[in-house]
Design a protein around this ligand. Structure first.
Ligand code: G3H
Ligand code: ZN
Length: 288
């Protein structure tokens, strides 16, 4: 199987982006793999700390193994936004392929120290675990926002700091804040594409740039971000909305049905369709 780093380097050089999609149920994991298989691209499944606890770390890793056997495509399991070294280590112990250690709320030096502890632990355990760090202040969470969230220029990732951070840690991927907001925001987000370009120029090509909070960003801005150097885009709210809206509708139409697997099948289908659309938008089709 091609390593995640190799795939990301191709994406950076060829100006397309891989898609990272969150899951809290085995159905979601399957929908992500079905979409990736259909698009002909690697599947990257993310579980936040909350999603991972709901699924169970070991169970998430076992489901991934089963999906690999069934789908025969590269499938990576990422510990998304793990906000403590302990949580990241739990994911490494369970056999996750990738860790996003998000200590962006801490001062720079503490962020660097925590990321390095995770990298050392990952390298001691097993080779090949990809590690993502985060710099900048990324606001919001993965839901439909009811209030306006103001993004300030000082929240953005600073290119010089990014360069320093990457050199001091050796992360494989860097999550950046460039006007993106987690969740679907009330007003249209405005990505600072020039800032993405500046960060791309400041850090080595081997370090992939990650755009979180991909839901609710207009297609044209997504395309411009990829052109400027983004190689991995995270989507959660858009697929949560697709799944839950369809589930609500189906339950409403079949009030006597109590077999959950019958009720949630079309919800998983709706999620899959949104993922396929995103993968096409990212230019990720036909890569495996
Ligand atoms: O890490 C997860 C993503 O950044 C999801 O963000 O809910 O705005 O798509 P989103
Ligand atoms: Zn995120």
């Amino acid at each position: 199987m091609m390593a995640l780093e190799e795939i990301l380097l191709h994406a950076t050089r060829e100006h397309w982006s891989t898609g990272h999609f969150n899951a809290s149920e085995s159905d979601h994991m399957r929908a992500i793999c079905e979409a990736a298989k259909e698009a002909g691209t690697p599947a990257i499944i993310g579980t936040s700390e909350g999603e991972a606890k709901h699924l169970g770390y070991d169970i998430a890793a076992s489901i991934r193994d089963g999906l690999r056997k069934e789908f025969q495509i590269p499938i990576f399991l990422n510990a998304d936004h793990h906000k403590s070294v302990e949580a990241a280590k739990a994911a490494i112990d369970a056999g996750y392929d990738s860790i996003h250690i998000d200590l962006s709320a801490l001062p720079f030096e503490e962020n660097v120290a925590g990321v390095n502890e995770v990298i050392e632990y990952a390298r001691r355990k097993e080779s090949g675990i990809s590690v993502e760090g985060e710099l900048g202040y990324l606001r919001g969470d993965s839901k439909i926002q009811k209030e306006k969230i103001e993004v300030k220029a000082e929240d953005y990732t600073n290119p010089d700091e990014a360069k320093k951070f990457v050199a001091l840690t050796g992360v494989n991927r860097l999550a950046i804040a460039v006007g993106n907001i987690h969740g679907i925001s009330l007003d249209e987000p405005a990505l600072d594409v020039e800032r993405i370009r500046a960060i791309r120029e400041a850090v080595p090509e081997e370090v992939a740039l990650v755009l979180h909070a991909g839901s609710g960003i207009p297609d044209e801005q997504i395309k411009a971000a990829i052109e400027a150097g983004i190689a991995n885009i995270h989507i959660n709210t858009d697929i949560r909305v697709a799944f839950v809206n369809e589930l609500r509708k189906t339950i409403g139409e079949h009030l006597d049905e109590v077999a959950m697997y019958k009720l949630d099948a079309s919800a998983a289908g709706a999620m899959k369709e949104v993922i396929i659309g995103k993968l096409k938008l990212f230019g990720a089709s036909n890569k495996v």
